[in-house]
Design a protein around this ligand. Structure first.
Ligand code: AMP
Ligand code: MG
Length: 334
């Protein structure tokens, strides 16, 4: 696999890779994506194979500009238009009714498609250069933490992907907010950097899908990605949260076993354990660091990772949505 540092030197190669139905890994402001021509079934199939992704988990289509949206999807409602005007380009995916040119394998046979226009110079330049809509999920083998820097993911895709464009560490570090207008109300299917509060400010109202913080059982789910084991290191995890610092520390101490890593903020730094890993002290730094730190934990061959939870408001909701799945719903809150 070749690592590209200057995209301008590889214009021709990248264009040909995508045109020939191959995969390219590229940076965005959220996480790295593993991309292919969204209009080619053969190219899209490669994404599912390489990631070992379930075929009923739809892909997001990335476009170079918001002017392109109506080539691939219908903007049928005024609220959809308002969301697009307010938040795109940016770290958000809007679910719209798809047009026929988008093959069913991209959308897991749904009649809707997730559309995203990134706000990252390298991603936008890549999309401009290749000049195809790019179907791209996060660059990680399914169930593993999403890739937020090249060193974390290059081995995972060695021999399977020819080129990876290096854009440094992803600024945000968590995948895009996924939003769909349901019964006239914007509904967050997956929380992200664009928060409920930000959407309420523009639209006045915003719902959150009940699956965001809860396990999906045998029921209809609007966001298929919520069904799977996700974002997980190889080591078993326990997520703990309390607003009260003393209760939080007690929760951690009560659950320590032999070779436990504590992954959290400075509040827990002095608790005696196998290894303490600092994930930052603000929601922004935690979101930026979390996937890479989860991958780092696996290097120590521990028996348990105790992860400090955060309050589920603002960006905290997105962090907890991921961490609850990281720990496979092994979660204590007091
Ligand atoms: P990933 O790119 O790996 O972050 O996964 C994309 C996620 O976006 C999927 O797991 C779905 O939850 C969501 N998604 C993509 N397309 C649709 C769609 N048409 N309807 C609902 N959710 C979608
Ligand atoms: Mg993913």
């Amino acid at each position: 696999m070749e690592i590209i540092n200057n995209i301008e030197d590889y214009k021709e190669i990248l264009r040909n890779e995508i045109k020939n139905d191959n995969l390219v890994i590229f940076p965005t402001e959220t996480v790295y994506g593993i991309g292919a021509n969204a209009l080619s079934e053969e190219a899209v199939k490669k994404i599912f194979d390489v990631k070992t992704r379930a075929c009923n988990n739809p892909l997001i289509v990335h476009l170079k500009s918001k002017d392109e949206i109506e080539k691939y999807a219908y903007i049928e409602q005024e609220i959809e238009k308002k969301l697009i005007d307010a938040f795109i380009p940016g770290p958000i995916t809007i679910i719209l009714k798809k047009k026929d040119c988008i093959p069913g394998c991209v959308t897991a046979s749904l009649d809707t498609v997730g559309i995203r226009v990134p706000e990252n110079n390298i991603a936008n330049r890549f999309l401009e250069i290749v000049d195809y809509p790019i179907a791209a999920p996060s660059a990680n083998i399914s169930s593993r933490p999403s890739g937020t820097k090249v060193d974390d993911i290059k081995d995972e895709f060695e021999g399977k992907v020819g080129y990876i464009i290096d854009g440094g560490e992803s600024q945000i570090g968590l995948e895009s907010t996924v939003i769909k207008v349901i019964d006239g109300i914007p509904t967050i299917l997956r929380p992200g950097f664009i928060t409920r509060e930000m959407i309420e400010e523009v639209i006045g109202i915003c719902n959150i899908s009940k699956h965001v913080l809860r396990e999906v059982e045998n029921e209809k789910v609007e966001s298929p990605g919520m069904m799977y084991k996700h974002y997980a290191p190889k080591t078993k995890c326990l997520l703990v949260y309390s607003k009260d610092i003393n209760t939080l520390r007690e929760l951690v101490k009560d659950n320590l076993i032999n070779k436990t890593i504590i992954l959290g903020s400075k509040k827990l730094k002095d608790i005696k354990c196998y290894k303490f890993i600092d994930y930052g002290d603000t929601l922004e730094s935690i979101s930026h660091n979390i996937f890479s730190k989860l991958r780092e934990c696996d290097m120590y061959h521990a028996n348990l990772i105790i992860i400090e939870g955060v309050e589920k408001v603002g960006l905290g909701l997105a962090i907890m949505n991921r961490l609850i799945r990281t720990s496979e719903f092994n979660y204590i809150e007091k």
